[in-house]
Design a protein around this ligand. Structure first.
Ligand code: IMP
Length: 434
């Protein structure tokens, strides 16, 4: 019953899309367990680039079952738009996609509330993607969300919509002074979505439990990253779901004892989108170089990502809270031209040295990062497929980063394409050595 969970170890955008796509070759089922269309996974297949937001990237492989789990919040308009665009490029959904009956819907009032709330916060804003993610999860936890199953039941849908729109419009009008949502229009729009999505909506927990019992290999796909986790991240500058490995259990309805491996995706440096503390951020030429060489612009919003040095406090925390069994180090090639590299090993705040991830925002915001410096390798690593072919200094960097973070590397990625990868150990115990 191998379930492999793939999680982001930093603030998202670690390059999960490529690694998940690679591992999918050996999986039978790919299941997304949290988040919504705030995520953006970029996958390069040959000359084609695909950016996926909601659909698990397994869809790019023929015959893999792809699941949108109960822990995901689904904007049906965004999902159908993504499916339509992919259908035009020859991707088939009919037998391959299942959407959990229990997945919650993102409604137009969620998006309106997200945008209005951010506007009101001014410079204290979280920097959300404005997709309605937070308000949709808030309704779920507040026990008034609308689920896929409700969408298929006209009466329930009408009742819930009426109740929720009334409340949301009250807030939009009285508190935010923002435009209102038209309930009848939303009803008609969503009934149209129901007709199109009906055939995909299923009891995915049952499907997964049978698949696991039948020894099928399940790849659980996390979105965002550990430090955007609502419990374990840099709260309140987080997303509203659980990208950490535990989220795979609740977000798919599988038992923890089914999980055999947790692969953490670790970018060779660090990036973050949106507001919030980022101790190793570089607001200088090196930061710009990382952004340009790493094409660090959001796949969902196009926003420039903040860039900085690798931080072992961040990664070690991710190793702990996810139970990471190994790490995939991504975008190593982005560092190729640097004279020297730094790795953060602590923060100094008010005379005290912090060597483990602190919860206090003040330490993260004002702490002075303590670095070790390593020499750069100053030669290209793009497309290298064998570990021994990496320059010695690049290997030393990978090994030091992993040792200080307390995790072993199993994959090193040296470019965006599927074959630009070094496989050191076989995650899923099924990925062939290349
Ligand atoms: P939300 O998920 O739209 O509510 O945004 C909350 C925070 O998470 C913001 O800082 C976003 O920039 C960040 N965020 C959400 N999704 C992603 C992602 O896929 N990659 C990186 N950051 C993300």
């Amino acid at each position: 019953m191998p379930v492999l969970v793939v999680v982001g170890a930093q603030w998202g955008d670690e390059g999960k899309g490529k690694i998940i796509d690679l591992l999918t070759e050996r999986a039978d089922v790919v299941a997304r367990y949290q988040g919504g269309h705030n995520a953006g996974h970029t996958v390069v297949v040959g000359m084609n680039e695909f950016i996926l937001h909601l659909v698990p990237s397994g869809i790019l492989h023929k015959g893999k079952k792809c699941i949108i789990g109960n822990g995901v919040v689904v904007d049906p308009a965004a999902l159908l738009e993504e499916m339509d665009a992919m259908t035009k490029r020859g991707i088939k959904f009919d037998k391959n996609l299942l959407i959990s009956k229990n997945a919650h819907l993102i409604m137009p009032y969620h998006k309106a509330l997200d945008v209005a709330s951010e506007k009101l916060k001014g410079n204290k804003k979280i920097g959300t993607t404005g997709r309605g993610i937070g308000p949709a999860y808030a309704d779920k936890i507040n026990r008034k969300g609308i689920r896929m199953a409700d969408l298929l039941d006209e009466k329930t849908f009408r009742e819930k919509l009426s109740c929720n729109t009334g409340e949301a419009n009250f807030m939009l009008e009285r508190f935010y002074n923002a435009p209102l949502v038209n309930q009848d229009q939303v009803y008609d729009e969503y009934q149209g979505y129901a007709r199109r999505l009906k055939k995909y909506i299923a009891d995915t927990t049952l499907y997964l439990s049978e698949a696991i019992a039948g020894k099928k290999k399940v790849l659980a796909e996390g979105a965002q990253g550990t430090h955007l986790d609502v419990d374990h991240g840099t709260y309140p500058f987080v997303t509203s779901s659980s990208p950490t490995a535990g989220g795979a259990c609740t977000g798919l309805g599988i038992g923890p004892n089914t999980i055999t491996e947790v692969l953490g995706i670790v970018k060779a440096y660090t990036t973050r989108v949106g507001s919030g503390p980022f101790p190793t951020e570089l607001n200088d030429k090196t930061g710009e170089l990382l952004r340009e060489r790493g094409k660090e612009y959001g796949a969902t919003t196009g926003r420039a990502r903040r860039c900085g040095w690798a931080d072992t406090l961040i990664i070690r925390h991710a190793v702990r809270v996810n139970g990471m069994t190994s790490a995939a180090i991504t975008k190593l090639d982005v560092l190729d031209t640097l004279e020297e590299l730094k790795i953060c090993v602590g923060y100094k705040y008010k005379g005290k040295l912090y060597e483990e991830m602190p919860s206090e925002l003040a330490v993260l915001e004002q702490g002075v990062p303590q670095y070790i410096t390593m020499p750069g390798w100053k030669q290209t690593t793009i497309g290298i497929k064998k570990y021994e072919d990496l320059p010695k200094k690049a290997r030393t960097y990978v090994e030091k980063l992993c040792k200080l973070s307390g995790v072993k590397p199993s994959i090193v990625s040296t470019g965006p394409r599927r074959d630009e990868t070094i496989i050191l150990e076989r995650p899923f115990q099924t990925v062939k050595k290349r």
